[in-house]
Design a protein around this ligand. Structure first.
Ligand code: GLC
Length: 632
């Protein structure tokens, strides 16, 4: 058996061997199929085994102890006290040392998981917000050093906060050493990327590929005169897609993954995972090999660093997203978390329409009530735009026209639609498809900016209620709620990016404002101010949530039909009793019959969110504008 010494250190390789045995088939079962016929496969097998052993041996004792704890408590990330917060290090606190100084603020908000937005060394100049990485083993020098990073993860760990960082696995910056060597013609490194001597194949691929950034980076390939080759560049020109059909890429990325795990990272956000496998004649998104690769990466991580979980970023349709949480043969073996893009889109759609029928249909039809070893990352806003991922079929199932509804949502959130409360900007308008994505901060999209500008105090109240309703929704739906930096103090759109040369082409900077610590002080000093109401409201939501065992992510989420088009409702079916969560998506009063709530299992007539009795004593539960109730 593995020995634990009295100071908590772990000695010997026994644990490694046990964990290797546990995950051997999950790992090699995939890699044999993916790479078995590759001439370099036997050497790759040895190199990967060696890399796993080396990473295990250099893993620090306190992290090994965390591994043990989480082997014993594998639901740690599904518990109702898990709340995430995403921020840019520089925009939040200047640098890594600054972040450590702000941890008490986050702790007070109820945060137990922090996502440091891209923090590895990016290319100089425009780096797509840091998603164009030139060195995976160095920290962005503007934020500090690798030592500062390890000090920051340790400080977080001490406070019970898990650190998440991005691992951009689909592409590197063209300034990465691999890319530089490829550019010079080194055949080993040319095989790290997808390059072509002429445009014959690129043109064939283009026939079925989509455009991610049609506005400022049209096309999926770039020609380099000096190389005399076309390079696959799905995103921006400076982001070169890696060739995952080469086992060497799996090996390199596994080493990077474990390197980061050994620096104290507990959640790896695997970026743009849908794009990692290419197949002629397809969109080259979410091909079966993506899931095989992701299962193998997960298995490698479970062998060396089982306390680390994977958040897979795939902003795709519901049917395409679920497999990232492990379906079919990958059940329980792939991502532990994936963004619930549909919940986010449906929140904004129902809010604009004051009608939840589409939301109820989509969430009730496409998503299973529970998942194995996995749950959603629920969110209202993040650093990216909102794309109106509503299919024509789902729209018509509730009597809507897909293209018209999507156009309505863009107009509404841009602020153009008559009577719209929102203020945002368009992102990546695609005249070919008619797609118009939206940028904007949570508060501005919820109506706070317009209401303040108009001096409309009732409008301010409604905007605040929308913000709080949305957060009560993501806190109870099932998953890990992620707060996006500044949303807790209702930060408005930041138009200053228009004046910054490297940023002006990308309207996503509209909702990436600098943290406003004066506004935090104001919010703390005056709980009646808009920012004070939002800050104390969010703190309350997360504190109540932590005490509600029904909200553990393993308990099924059943979408309910209320028969009232302005209400969205679901039940969390815990063995100890149900919690029925009800949300009013309109600015008008309504009610639900007490009987209905009782039938759904809310027999105690108690709202756990306000900790107050629910119901008027005459058979109805009145619901004010934007009400949110967690009925027990
Ligand atoms: C992800 C990121 C996005 C970035 C893209 C390319 O989607 O969230 O911000 O532009 O990947 O790395």
């Amino acid at each position: 058996m593995a020995k634990l010494d009295t100071t908590g250190g772990v000695t010997g390789d026994t644990l490694f061997e046990l964990r290797y045995a546990r995950s051997r088939d999950d790992l090699w079962g995939m890699l044999d199929r993916l790479y078995g016929t590759h001439p370099g496969y036997p050497a790759f097998r040895k190199a990967l085994d060696r890399a796993l052993k080396v990473a295990w041996r250099e893993r620090a004792d306190d992290l090994k102890l965390l591994d043990l704890r989480r082997d014993l408590e594998p639901d740690w990330f599904q518990r109702p006290d898990m709340t995430g917060y995403s921020f840019y290090i520089d925009r939040f606190a200047g640098d890594l040392e600054g972040v450590v100084e702000r941890l008490d603020y986050l702790k007070d908000l109820g945060v137990t998981y922090v996502h440091f937005m891209p923090c590895l060394k990016p290319r100089p100049g425009d780096s797509d917000g840091g998603y164009s990485v030139m060195d995976y083993r160095a920290i962005n020098p503007a934020f500090g050093t690798m030592e500062d990073f390890e000090a920051a993860t340790a400080a977080c760990r001490m406070r019970g906060i898990s650190v998440c960082v991005d691992l951009v696995i689909n592409h590197t910056a063209k300034e990465h050493t691999w890319a530089k060597k490829a550019r010079k013609g080194d055949p080993t490194y040319l095989d790290y990327y997808l390059t072509f001597p002429d445009d014959t194949l690129p043109m064939q691929y283009e026939e079925t590929l989509l455009e991610v950034f049609p506005d400022n980076a049209p096309g999926n390939f770039t020609y380099y005169e000096d190389m005399g080759r076309w390079v696959w560049t799905t995103f921006n020109e400076h982001q070169w897609d890696l060739n995952w059909a080469n086992p060497q890429i799996f090996l390199e990325m596994t080493k990077v993954m474990l390197f980061l795990a050994n620096r104290g990272v507990e959640i790896l956000r695997l970026d743009a995972v849908a794009f990692i496998w290419k197949r002629m004649g397809t969109r080259c998104q979410s091909e079966p090999e993506c899931h095989m690769l992701l299962q193998a990466l997960r298995a490698a991580c479970r062998i060396v660093a089982p306390s680390v979980i994977h958040l897979e970023e795939a902003i795709v349709s519901p049917e395409e997203m679920l497999p990232y949480l492990g379906r079919g043969e990958h059940d329980g073996k792939e991502g532990n978390l994936a963004y619930h893009n549909s919940l986010m889109v449906q929140f904004w759609s129902a809010l604009a329409a004051r009608d939840t029928q589409l939301m109820t249909h989509v969430l009730g039809t496409h998503f299973p009530p529970a998942l194995t070893n996995a749950t959603y990352a629920t969110y209202l806003r993040c650093h990216d735009d909102i794309g109106w991922a509503v299919t024509d079929a789902d729209a018509s199932a509730v009597g809507l026209n897909g293209p018209m509804h999507r156009a309505f949502l863009s107009d509404f959130y841009e602020g153009d639609f008559a009577g719209s409360f929102a203020k945002g900007e368009l992102f990546q308008v695609n005249p070919e498809t008619g797609d118009k994505r939206i940028s904007g901060s949570c508060a501005s999209l919820c109506g706070l900016e317009k209401a303040i500008m108009a001096g409309d105090s009732a409008g301010v109240d409604r905007a605040i209620d929308r913000i709080l309703m949305g957060h009560a929704l993501i806190a109870s739906y099932g998953g890990v709620p992620l707060v996006y930096m500044g949303d807790e103090i209702a930060l408005l759109n930041d138009y200053s990016y228009h004046d910054v040369a490297d940023l002006a082409h990308d309207s996503r900077w509209l909702h990436r404002p600098r943290m406003d610590w004066e506004r935090v002080s104001a919010a703390q000093a005056d709980r009646g101010s808009p920012e004070g109401r939002v800050l104390s409201g969010l703190r309350e939501i997360f504190a109540r949530r932590a005490a509600c065992l029904e909200l553990h992510a393993r308990h099924p989420t059943e979408i309910l039909h209320t028969g009232n088009a302005q209400l969205f409702a679901f039940a969390r079916r815990a063995p100890t009793g149900a919690m029925v969560c009800v949300f009013n998506f309109a600015e008008t009063w309504t009610s639900i019959p007490e009987n209905w709530a009782m039938q759904q299992g809310a027999t105690r007539r108690h709202d756990a969110l306000s900790d107050a009795p629910a119901g008027d004593g005459h058979g109805a539960i009145p619901l004010p504008p934007y009400a949110r109730l967690w009925l027990r």
